[in-house]
Design a protein around this ligand. Structure first.
Ligand SMILES: [Cu+2]
Length: 255
């Protein structure tokens, strides 16, 4: 094996042993956009002209529904750049690996402003109104043993785990924060939240945004520990035969 491959495996092994992770890169068509890497010194990444993702200091989950980092992880330092994407195109989130099998995955957008030169760099992510554009939950089977999207998007051959989601075709052009969240529910009554955010510049000819307040949520604020879909023990006897799961948060807005 080459030295580089050995190094890669050593790093991967070190990461897998902690059994957490996060969103590493984005692709639009054939173009890759590098995200923040918690294992690379912050000073080599923060403020770099190529950076498109809000920073996240570690691969550890957020455990509290009231954590300010529920919006865009911690510390969520804003990047200078935006990913250009046309409404109707796919944005693919790339994870080098993902290990947890249980819980929903969601994608959210929040508009940062309407000015022609608008940017999300100055946006307070805790004040933004997010709307959900995609969700994937329990595809079939039971809560504990069934096939969740979170399980189905994983590869176990070393190739990255890809999560493609279409930006609604009718979406109004402008700057948006895109928020990907994996909620992992494999530990009883102790949900884990893995949010990461990037900045988008959306182009297109549409002019749509959700008009009904029911679509909007803030982070923190969107979730509650009194939600039986969040404060849940999927391995309990009561849940043993349950084959449906209600994904927390507002309904999906599809444009
Ligand atoms: Cu983990």
């Amino acid at each position: 094996m080459t030295r580089l491959l050995l190094l890669f495996l050593a790093v991967l092994n070190a990461r897998l042993s902690s059994a957490h992770g996060g969103l590493a890169n984005y692709t639009v068509g054939e173009t890759w956009y590098r995200g923040y890497d918690p294992d690379t010194p912050a000073e080599e990444q923060l403020g770099q002209p190529w950076m498109v993702q809000r920073s996240w200091a570690s691969i550890d989950p957020i455990f509290s529904v009231t954590d300010a980092g529920l919006a865009c992880n911690n510390p969520a330092v804003a990047p200078p750049s935006h990913i250009p994407i046309a409404a109707g195109d796919n944005l693919t989130a790339v994870y080098w690996y993902w290990l947890h099998p249980v819980g929903p995955m969601t994608v959210w957008l929040a508009a940062c402003g309407d000015a022609p030169d608008d940017s999300c760099e100055g946006a307070d992510v805790n004040a933004l109104s997010f709307f959900k554009v995609w969700e994937g939950g329990l595809l079939d089977g039971t809560l504990a043993e069934g096939n969740w999207y979170q399980k189905s998007f994983q590869h176990w051959d070393g190739s990255p785990d890809l999560w493609p989601v279409m930006i609604p075709a009718s979406l109004r052009p402008g700057a948006y924060v895109v928020r990907h969240e994996i909620m992992s529910l494999h530990i009883a009554n102790k949900p884990q939240f893995y949010p990461e955010c990037a900045h988008l510049t959306v182009t297109g000819t549409g002019d749509a945004l959700p008009t009904d307040e029911k679509y909007y949520a803030k982070f923190p604020g969107a979730y509650s520990m009194s939600d039986p879909s969040i404060n849940i023990d999927v391995y309990s006897d009561a849940m043993k035969n349950v084959t449906n799961y209600t994904i927390p948060g507002p309904p999906v807005w599809s444009g």
